[in-house]
Design a protein around this ligand. Structure first.
Ligand code: ATP
Ligand code: MG
Length: 621
């Protein structure tokens, strides 16, 4: 079980400095300890060089944000650098479009790789030369078995693998075949180059892993130059060493690959082909988040099926989607800090991420008024044709942001849910005979309502007390519990508002967990970190295995109500919002002026997150 240091990270007070993630001293974690030790012992001469190595085969998601904050963060804290390296060893799946989007997302999160933008394909020549060197040392051979034969002879966890009949090929023959592989003489799959390590190793990765395969496919950067491509395990460690990476941080599934990582680099360093000290690999638990899926394959499926409106749909857990949703880089940094890093897999509840966004937005977003579900309110004793200005602060904790005028008049819009003809006990808003404050304006008393033939309320009637205007002497003399927002009907403007909710309706989309289906209210689900627990809790079961996600189709768990588009009334100041600007619509939540569709005179807002967890909100007053 992991106890993430996030438990001890103090929560910044609302309205604290914007960069709340870095404002408080960061809690330590095992990676920070390792890096600090290596600096103290001068292992790398004080250098700290990390890298973020995305495969350019899709858009970055929330999980990548964790890795980015970790790698760039560790480097920044130690006056080091973090390289952006595209792991582009798979010629057929990769694309320049993805590369640019990846760079944009890293930059958006606020990180900078300086001149250190690299591609694994930059090293194809070196990798090839090193492969010839391995052959020359008798440490690699060309295997001419079929893929199925190679697989079948690999053995199992309890059984040693069987040597390939080609394992003892003479060096000269291996070299000749490998060169001919390169010149394109053989079809895909005819041969592979394998390292000669140990077919009886208890670690399957050490049983003569393949390091080159034939692939007659053009590469988006090297074109037709190559028809053989190096495999990940071979490429990654050498790329790290060539870039003089010090700490190579990856997710837990690579733990069993570490002996191979070290074997390749040690051999090359012993042979004088690489400089010491060599980089070292460390593993951390990947981010698993409830109510979304974080796998490129599934994200691609959602886009191609049309379940979402593209990669940057605000419901998508991609970073381009997050940005359009109004999530902030600072919120992600706060999140990364709060969840910490651990060495065992865990699930984080989506509400932890949402809370981080709320905290950041609470500090930065100006307040505005919007009525999302309007009903008309008429103040019978307010003179017709009169307008006065009420003043609302732009931010309750930041007076330096000033205030703006809200026109007040006889006819207003209020929220439909702020009036009830027959209220339940404890309802403090408007109902016949009841009093409530119109925020920043007057106390009104409800005198009745008008309904249409179907029984729907069309107008609420009130009278106001002229002596209760907010900000005037004696305004607070009379106490009322309800405090409602409103807009002058003659001044309000229309805006398109997109109410986004979670993409999936259940915490573990598609999950039929090994210990039972997560039925409503049942305890048979993995423990999930919640804002209350405040930290990651390990899932029962295998260290590096997430709950078995099989059997059910995750697509059946999509939330049918994840997007609702409405036309809302907004105060005039909302029209001045810049594209991408976040505001708080009072009592509703945080909204952002849509990056694509918002335009002057045609406001379009996306709901980023409600003020509180909607499940809480439903239960509350
Ligand atoms: P996916 O499984 O979604 O395809 P990936 O691991 O293949 O993701 P890469 O582009 O290879 O994606 O990952 C780039 C870096 O981001 C790697 O170092 C990887 O460990 C890290 N990463 C990917 N997913 C997560 C995650 N959920 N949590 C933390 N780090 C992640
Ligand atoms: Mg990958």
């Amino acid at each position: 079980m992991s106890t993430s240091p996030a438990t001890v990270t103090p929560r910044p007070a609302p309205g604290a400095a914007h960069d709340s993630a870095t404002a408080s001293a960061p809690a330590s974690n095992f990676l920070r300890v390792i890096v600090a030790d290596d600096r103290r012992t001068n292992k790398y001469g004080g250098r700290v060089v990390t890298r973020f190595p995305p495969e350019p085969n899709g858009y970055l998601h929330y999980g990548h944000a964790k890795s980015i904050c970790l790698n760039f963060g560790l480097a920044a804290e130690n006056n080091g650098v973090c390289h952006l390296r595209y792991d582009d060893t798979n010629p057929t799946k990769e694309d320049v479009e993805y590369e640019e989007s990846i760079a944009d997302s890293v930059r958006w999160l606020g990180f900078d790789w300086g001149p250190h933008r690299y591609h694994a394909s930059d090293y194809y020549d070196r990798l090839y030369d090193f492969a010839e060197w391995f052959i020359g040392q008798g440490l690699a051979y060309v295997d001419s078995q079929s893929a199925a034969e190679v697989r079948a002879s690999r053995g199992t966890l309890t059984q040693a693998g069987a040597a390939s009949p080609y394992r003892e090929r003479p060096v000269a023959e291996n070299l000749d075949l490998f060169r001919r592989m390169r010149t394109g003489e053989f079809p895909d799959g005819a041969h592979v180059l394998r390292l000669k390590i140990d077919m009886a190793s208890p670690n399957l990765n050490m049983r003569d892993p393949a390091i080159y395969r034939i692939r007659h496919a053009p590469h988006h950067r090297t074109g037709d130059k190559w028809c053989i491509y190096p495999l990940y395990d071979y490429t990654h460690c050498i790329s790290d060493a060539l870039e003089r990476i010090t700490h190579s941080i990856c997710t837990l599934e690579f733990q069993d690959h570490r002996p191979l990582y070290d074997w390749v680099l040690e051999k090359l360093a012993d042979g004088g082909l690489l400089l010491r000290p060599l980089p070292q690999q460390f593993e951390f638990a990947r981010l698993n988040l409830t109510y979304v899926v974080l796998s490129k394959r599934r994200l691609i499926e959602l886009v191609t099926r049309g379940d979402v409106d593209g990669w940057d749909d605000p419901r998508m857990p991609t970073l381009v989607g997050a940005r359009r949703r109004g999530f902030t880089p600072e919120g992600f940094k706060l999140f990364a800090e709060r969840i910490g890093v651990s060495k065992s897999d865990s699930w984080i509840d989506m509400s932890v991420l949402e809370d981080c966004m709320r905290e950041d937005l609470n500090a930065r977003a100006e307040r505005r008024i919007a009525v999302l579900d309007p009903v008309r309110l008429v103040i019978d004793n307010y003179p017709e044709g009169r307008t006065e200005e009420c003043y609302a602060p732009n931010h309750p904790q930041r007076p330096e942001l000033g205030r703006r005028a809200l026109p007040f008049s006889r006819e207003l819009w209020i929220e439909r849910e702020d009036f009830m003809e027959q209220p339940p006990k404890g309802y403090f808003r408007l109902s016949p005979g009841a009093e409530a404050r119109l925020r920043y304006a007057y106390i009104v008393r409800c005198v009745g309502c008008v309904k249409d033939a179907a029984g729907n309320v069309t107008t609420v009637h009130c009278t106001y007390d002229p002596d209760t205007r907010s900000g005037t002497a004696g305004a607070d003399a009379r106490k009322v519990k309800g405090n409602l927002h409103w807009l002058s009907a003659g001044h309000a403007q229309q805006a398109e508002v997109r109410l986004y909710d979670r993409l999936f309706a259940v915490p573990f989309p598609g999950a039929r967990l090994p210990w039972g289906v997560p039925a409503e209210g049942a305890a048979a689900v993995p423990e999930v970190a919640t804002p209350e627990a405040g930290h990651a809790v390990a899932v029962a079961g295998d260290e590096d295995e997430a709950p078995e996600i099989v059997e059910r189709n995750y697509l059946d768990d999509l939330n049918p109500d994840s997007k609702r588009v409405i036309t809302a009334w907004v105060e005039p100041a909302v029209l001045a919002a810049a594209t991408g600007e976040s505001v708080q619509f009072e009592r509703h939540g945080y909204f952002v002026a849509d990056l694509k569709d918002h335009a002057p005179g045609r406001p379009v807002f996306n709901r980023t997150v409600t003020l509180r967890d909607s499940r809480e909100r439903r239960a509350g007053p």
